[in-house]
Write a protein that binds this ligand. Structure first.
Ligand code: PLP
Ligand code: COI
Length: 354
């Protein structure tokens, strides 16, 4: 793939790592590439970061034809920059594209585009503890007509954002409310795809939880409101007795790469890990009788985020005295250790950019 590069003549001042937060600052450049059914992918380019012009009838504005990914470039202690399991994001992006009738992007082209942008913006990868360069590839339908159909024109973009912690609590336990009204996704729908619409549908419950002082909601399945699915925009895991349980991927759950990595680490270390249906009644019982030892969310942005309190039908349950548990801490240390190059990567998950 031939990528043309137009450099900015107005580079920005990079923010101090103490102010980063999540997704508030953007680097100097972005990658773009267009698609039409006639031409296939064309005009791969890196251009100065800035607004994107859209036709007012563009498909994405009306019918939500949009998917995205979230991954990070990490600066190691030795100064080198590396990605974490990038092929997993690339494959998931194409799975999401298939679900929304958006065009497939050749895997090697997506990888090349990511590497080209991260190499160009290497200086934007921060080095303070817990910081990284968040990469947000996204793909949207861009037909200039109001007809409802699979798209014929699309645009693929990658933007990059230096980030610190996702939750203001950082690695401290968060308070979560079990949502039994709104649902995030349904089987047969788009839950397993990373499409913008899923997040739009989640916001109302997230806002209601925030008004009551909770960081996020724990989603139940869309058919019976019975089975646990995810927590906010993260997968969720529980330690019940000696068993680690995470909801099985039934189609309405996003197959997280952090989830997959946690499962692989835990299994390799001899833990009992089950991907299975977990009903909210079973969870409530484990909360009430004290067998629920730990609960945590897992995702690229926060890595591992302990849950210190769960509220269900107005009853508040404190988990592990509101403190991070040993398994949660161990997963956090292992994954972040590999991601930031502080631990040996015995899994071959890291991908140096140079
Ligand atoms: N579930 C949802 C709905 C998400 O948006 C994310 C974030 O990407 C995840 C789970 C975690 O996935 P990953 O670990 O690949 O970041
Ligand atoms: C994650 O990376 O865990 C996320 O949920 C990303 C989010 C901002 C959509």
């Amino acid at each position: 793939m031939n990528i043309s590069i137009t450099k900015t003549n107005a580079p920005k001042v990079k923010p101090e790592s103490s102010v980063l937060g999540f997704g508030q600052y953007f680097t100097d450049h972005m990658f773009m590439m267009d698609y039409s059914t006639e031409k296939g992918w064309y005009d791969a380019r890196i251009v100065p970061f800035g607004p994107i012009a859209l036709h007012p009838a563009s498909t994405v504005l009306h019918y939500g034809s949009e998917i995205f990914e979230g991954m990070k470039a990490y600066r190691r202690a030795d100064g080198k920059v590396q990605l974490f399991r990038p092929m997993e994001n690339i494959r998931r992006m194409n799975n999401s594209a298939e679900r929304l009738c958006l065009p497939q992007i050749p895997e090697e082209d997506m990888l090349e585009a990511l590497l080209a942008l991260v190499r160009l913006e290497e200086d934007w990868t921060p080095s303070a503890p817990g910081t990284s360069l968040y990469l947000r590839p996204f793909l949207y339908g861009n037909d200039e007509t109001l007809g409802v159909h699979a798209v014929h024109n699309a645009t693929f973009v990658i933007i990059a954002s230096p980030v610190g912690s996702y939750y203001k609590e950082g690695i401290n336990p968060v308070k979560i409310m079990i949502e039994d009204e709104d649902v995030r996704a349904v089987r047969g729908g788009t839950g397993y795809a990373k499409c913008g619409g899923n997040y739009a549908a989640s916001n109302r419950a997230g806002e209601r939880a925030a008004q009551k002082g909770y960081s996020q909601v724990l989603w139940l399945d869309g058919v019976e409101r019975k089975y646990i699915e995810e927590v906010g925009a993260m997968n969720v895991m529980f330690k019940i007795g000696d068993e680690i349980v995470t909801p099985a991927l039934t189609g309405s759950i996003l197959p997280g790469i952090t989830r997959k990595s946690c499962i692989e680490v835990l299994k390799k270390e001899g833990y009992t890990v089950n991907e299975r249906l977990l009903s909210v009644d079973e969870l409530a019982e484990a909360l009430a009788n004290g067998t629920l030892k730990e609960a945590w969310g897992c995702g690229t942005a926060a890595v591992v985020s302990p849950i210190g309190e769960l509220c269900y039908k107005g009853v508040k349950y404190i988990i592990n005295e509101g403190k991070i548990g040993a398994v949660t801490q161990h997963l956090y240390d292992t994954l972040t250790g590999i991601q930031w190059g502080k631990l040996e990567d015995t899994y071959s998950w890291t991908y140096p950019i140079n």
